[in-house]
Design a protein around this ligand. Structure first.
Ligand code: HEC
Ligand code: HEC
Length: 226
């Protein structure tokens, strides 16, 4: 009898301890989510300001999207004005020191005296977003798809209840990239699926569709299909 009492006591203490451990874990993960969202918001604000810096000072040479398709590129056909995906420190270096300062073309000016530290770090964040296909794809997704597929791509968008079959849960898709590219470009009906899945081939460019497919890969909770 006594043994049993002890056991009950031990169990009670154990469940109390693990219970409070879970509670604090939950609190921690809630804090983590809040911090992540705060950081994401701050980053978005910086990127927006950075976009303004870019449009004011950089578009003339690098083109609207950093793709080097500016008029200047046509005048100096020997120059490669494409801004590729690089480390943030590399961006900062060439922006501060200019092309010559890092052993590249002197046509890329130094900006240290013209832009504030804040403007430089903002434009670096802007570049790190626009040169990353996954981040660009996230923007395409959040702009066009979440009403049906949900913010997290889990198929629980606000309009999802209107449709049967419901919008696919894209975090558990067993379709490969090629299939996704096709259904996004041609729409559901052309693939023998629901016509509710719109045709995007006319609204979105092939690059944007590739970007959104790249983003969809990153939200999978099961391994991607080859
Ligand atoms: C007068 C034209 C000109 C302007 C204005 C200009 N750049 Fe450049 N930039 C260049 C050239 C030319 C290169 C390529 C240098 C080379 O290839 O040697 C370059 C290269 C770069 C690179 C390296 C790209 C890579 O992938 O390696 C970055 C980053 C960059 N510029 C950012 C900026 C930013 C940010 C601004 C605006 C604050 C800006 N540039 C304004 C001419 C310009
Ligand atoms: C009006 C609602 C709606 C919008 C907006 C929408 N979809 Fe869909 N989507 C659907 C529905 C419904 C299905 C499921 C079709 C079926 O099962 O027959 C679907 C299916 C898909 C599938 C197939 C997934 C699989 O595993 O089979 C992909 C990929 C997809 N959508 C991507 C997108 C992307 C990317 C966008 C935005 C550019 C988008 N959808 C916008 C309704 C929508």
């Amino acid at each position: 009898m006594r043994k049993l009492k002890n056991l009950v006591l031990v169990l009670a203490v154990f469940s109390y301890l693990t219970g409070s451990a879970y509670a604090s874990e939950e609190r921690e993960s809630r804090n983590e989510v809040r911090d992540t969202m705060k950081q994401a918001k701050a980053k978005t604000r910086q990127a927006t300001r950075g976009g303004l810096v870019y449009k004011t000072y950089c578009v003339l040479c690098h083109g609207l999207h950093g793709d080097g398709s500016a008029r200047i590129a046509k005048l100096h056909s020997g120059l490669n004005l494409v801004i590729g995906k690089q480390e943030d420190t590399y961006y900062e270096d060439i922006i501060r020191k200019g092309g010559e300062g890092v052993g590249r073309s002197g046509f890329m000016p130094t900006w240290d005296d013209e832009l504030s530290d804040e403007q430089i770090s903002d434009v670096v964040i802007y570049l790190s977003l626009v040169t990353d296909p996954v981040r660009r794809g996230e923007v395409v997704f959040k702009t066009n798809c979440i009403l049906c597929h949900g913010v997290n791509g889990d198929g629980k968008g606000r309009a999802s209840e209107l449709y049967d079959p419901p919008p696919a849960n894209l975090t558990r898709s067993n379709k490969n990239d090629e299939y996704k590219r096709s259904i996004i470009t041609l729409g559901g009906a052309a693939m023998g699926r629901s016509e509710v899945m719109p045709v995007w081939g006319e609204q979105l460019g092939a690059d944007e569709i590739n970007d959104v497919v790249a983003y969809l890969r990153t939200i999978l909770v099961i391994p991607p299909t080859e």
